[in-house]
Structure formats: structure tokens, C-alpha cells
Design a protein around this ligand. Structure first.
Ligand SMILES: Nc1ncnc2c1ncn2[C@@H]1O[C@H](COP(=O)(O)OP(=O)(O)O)[C@@H](O)[C@H]1O
Ligand SMILES: [Mg+2]
Length: 267
């Protein structure tokens, strides 16, 4: 897959995603409370913070699963605030789920070939193409899916129903599924959760390779601080819906305010 990443590709280090004063409330409670930050192209940015800090809600706002109540989000300079998930995915922002739920009866390959959730059958443009062009498109998608299944080490399970996959293998399937779309930015929600140490090491290695070799940028929610310290730079810290601090992992993880935010969680 030497193809350029989808959408405008820009220089590493420039702003890829900008969130300005993003707000999302449930009832009277602002789970995301005026959050402002910038993700640089080419970076693997960590997102940490105690349970309930608003990390997953933020992901949902960025990926279009939730419409923010306020603020503005741009991807490569384009306003994606409140856009439908399919549009945001097509614009190059993909996300994986904390608990992946592949379609159990479909094969592993079919799951990887699927459009993002909520997009099934929503390809109006396909009707405008000649059948041969549709077939060629299908073939390209299949080749890309097989390529990424190879990358994550699931080739031999391609024809098996997805229900046979372990929790860890489902995480690998998720990674292959989002890579087929050639994203510029991938949001990973706790890639290490429920994964054994050997597989975790592989997943970390894959993320680093995708970043290095494909230029994919990442925003990674993770509770495993060793993983964060080894993979992510910079690290953003959320607490109570706001940005508490950001910076290099060693600095951020030693910050007394960050330690205190996590202690508050235990109390
Ligand atoms: N769909 C929802 N409805 C109501 N409250 C929610 C919903 N999703 C999250 N919350 C609340 O928003 C806050 C932030 O949750 P979440 O974004 O899941 O935090 P994190 O991922 O950092 O643990 C929590 O207080 C949570 O209870
Ligand atoms: Mg969460």
C-alpha cells in the first residue's frame, strides 16, 4: 500500500486536527467542557485521564458519533464539527472501539471489507458507476483488506467467521478494518485493554510502524502508562472535561496535578 494517505497530505508537524472550545453535555453535566487542543500531523498523541474525564465522549465528538453542543473541530483545515460519521471517516479520520464488536456471522475478511458502521449500503455513488467499475472497486477493496489482514497477522483466519476471534484478535481486526480506508488520523480507544502482554507488544509495534512507514497520525486513549510513555509524544491529560496539561510523557506523568487527578479517582 504505497498509496498516499487519503485527503490532502501535508507536512509532518503541521496542525492536522484542531479542536476549539468543544463542549458536550449529558443532561446538565458537561462531559467535555470547553476543550481546546491541536494534534500535529505525524504524531502519536496520547490521551490520558481518570475514568469519567470525558475521553471517550471526546472521541465520539471527533468521529461524529455525537454532535458537540459547542465549539469547532477541523481536520486538515476542513470543518467537520457535527458531520456524520461516514463523512468524517471518508475525510480520513477513523476510530476503533474500546470493545470491538465485529459482525459475528460474517467472515474476518468481510468484516474488514465493510464500510464503517452505519454506512452499510450507503454508497449512492456506486449506482452511478458501471458494473465493471464496481467490480474493480470490490477487487481493490478485497486486495487492500487482505494486505492489512496480513499486516496484523490474521491472514490464516480470513475466511473464518469473526465470532471465532479472541478479544485480542478482534483488536487486530479493528486495526485492519480502519487501515483499509487509508486514514490520515486514527483514534484508538484503549488498544491495550484486555490484551495479553505479548499481543500488546505486537500492537504497539504495529502502531509505531503505521506511523513511521505510512505517515498515519494517532490519538491513543490508554491507561497503561508504560505503553503511553513508550509510544506517545506528546501526551494530553484530561480531567473533568478539560485539558489539565499536555507535553512530553515523562514530564506529564511526573506532574503533581496529574498524579492528583488520578488519586482523586481512587478516592
Ligand atoms: N451517553 C451518555 N449519557 C450520559 N452520560 C454519559 C454518557 N456517556 C458518558 N457520560 C458521562 O460523561 C462523563 C465522561 O464519560 P467518558 O467520556 O466515558 O469518560 P472516560 O472515557 O474518560 O472514562 C462521565 O461522567 C459519564 O458518566
Ligand atoms: Mg472511556
Amino acid at each position: 500500500m504505497e498509496d498516499a494517505q487519503r485527503g490532502e497530505s501535508g507536512a509532518a508537524g503541521e496542525a492536522l486536527l484542531e479542536a476549539r472550545e468543544v463542549i458536550k453535555a449529558f443532561g446538565g453535566h458537561r462531559a467535555v467542557n470547553g476543550l481546546t487542543f491541536t494534534l500535529k500531523r505525524g504524531a502519536i498523541t496520547g490521551l490520558i485521564g481518570p475514568n469519567g474525564a470525558g475521553k471517550t465522549t471526546l472521541f465520539n465528538c471527533l468521529a461524529g458519533a455525537l454532535k458537540p453542543d459547542g465549539g469547532r473541530i477541523t481536520l486538515a483545515g476542513h470543518d467537520i464539527t457535527g458531520a456524520a460519521p461516514g463523512r468524517i471517516f471518508a475525510a480520513g479520520l477513523a476510530r476503533t472501539f474500546q470493545i470491538p464488536r465485529p459482525f459475528p456471522a460474517l467472515s474476518v475478511l468481510e468484516n474488514v471489507m465493510l464500510a464503517p458502521r452505519g454506512q452499510l449500503g450507503e454508497r449512492p455513488w456506486a449506482n452511478w458507476l458501471r458494473p465493471a467499475a464496481v467490480a474493480a472497486e470490490e477487487r481493490r477493496t478485497r486486495e487492500a483488506a487482505m494486505h492489512w489482514l496480513g499486516f496484523v497477522g490474521l491472514t490464516r483466519l480470513a475466511e473464518q467467521p469473526a465470532r471465532v476471534l479472541s478479544g485480542g484478535q478482534r483488536k487486530l481486526l479493528e486495526l485492519a478494518r480502519v487501515m483499509v480506508a487509508q486514514p490520515q488520523l486514527v483514534l484508538l480507544d484503549e488498544p491495550g485493554a484486555g490484551v495479553n502482554p505479548a499481543l500488546l507488544e505486537q500492537i504497539v509495534d504495529m502502531i509505531a510502524r503505521l506511523n513511521r512507514e505510512q505517515g498515519v497520525s494517532f490519538l491513543v486513549i490508554e491507561h497503561n502508562m508504560d505503553l503511553v510513555a513508550g509510544l506517545c509524544n506528546p501526551v494530553l491529560v484530561m480531567a473533568e472535561g478539560r485539558l489539565l496539561t499536555q507535553g512530553k510523557p515523562d514530564v506529564v506523568l511526573a506532574d503533581p496535578r496529574v498524579v492528583e487527578a488520578y488519586l482523586g479517582e481512587a478516592a
